[in-house]
Design a binder for this molecule. Sequence first.
Ligand SMILES: Nc1nc2c(ncn2[C@@H]2O[C@H](COP(=O)(O)OP(=O)(O)O[C@H]3O[C@H](CO)[C@@H](O)[C@H](O)[C@@H]3O)[C@@H](O)[C@H]2O)c(=O)[nH]1
Length: 265
Amino acid sequence: MIEPVRLPSPWCDEPLTVVVPTYNEAGNLPRLVERLLALPLPGLSILIADDNSPDGTGEVAEKLATEHPGRIRVVHRPGKEGLGRAYVDGIGKALEDGAKYVAQMDADLSHPPEALPGMLGALLSTHAGVVIGSRYVPGGQLDDAWPMYRRVLSGWANLYVHTLLQVRIRDLTAGFKIWRADALRAIGLDRVQSNGYSFQVEMHFLATKLGQTIIEVPIRFEERTDGVSKMTTATKVESAMMPFKLRLRHRKIARNQPQLGKAAD
Ligand SMILES: Nc1nc2c(ncn2[C@@H]2O[C@H](COP(=O)(O)OP(=O)(O)O[C@H]3O[C@H](CO)[C@@H](O)[C@H](O)[C@@H]3O)[C@@H](O)[C@H]2O)c(=O)[nH]1
């Protein structure tokens, strides 16, 4: 049972930084920024973490930052290090800048920006540490154009991680979330080991083991219309290995901090 709390007033003004990792998203980024800045969230700012994309996404991001002073920050990273590393860097900088709430989402418009106000409202009306924009709770949808092999992979990955880690989240691999800054600080980004997509699962696992409440609200996941997925065999192998590493690591943590292990199990 999730205990409701009173919404701060006016809650739409709350400072929210949306962290967006980009690699070759020059065609998508302007459309994403336009939709984000049109939201009824005056406290919203955007932090783009680009890995020196060869298609010029970094330059597109700089141009957008100049057009919208004070609302967009660009973090230029030296090269492609993976989604997880870009998030650790970008979220870390958002926290240093004093963000109170930090959203994370893909640049390719798979995650509808228009879902953010509802997600923020849901987070603020509970004591949850994080709200997930979920494909797999009632009401969640997948675009018909999302390829069958991706649906199977995603369904299989969720089942696999559930079985190994027993984390009670329906969309364990989701990349669309809003965190409370305090929840992120409690997790400690320096603990995160994932380089690629397993970042999502690792963060869910660490939040759960700290006893944080996680809520899921339904979203419609859209297939990208520009560019391609950056998922590779290496990121899939890392995602397959990470649940084992997390299990081993948690056993060690639980041994050293028995209370944490007990509270979380
Ligand atoms: N900076 C940086 N960004 C990256 C990198 N790799 C990927 N990205 C960015 O991370 C976002 C997600 O990458 P995609 O390649 O579009 O992801 P996907 O295959 O559509 O995967 C989706 O499904 C996964 C499984 O459910 C999710 O885990 C993932 O978050 C996403 O929603 C995009 O904005 C992409 O540019 C990288 O090495 N560096």
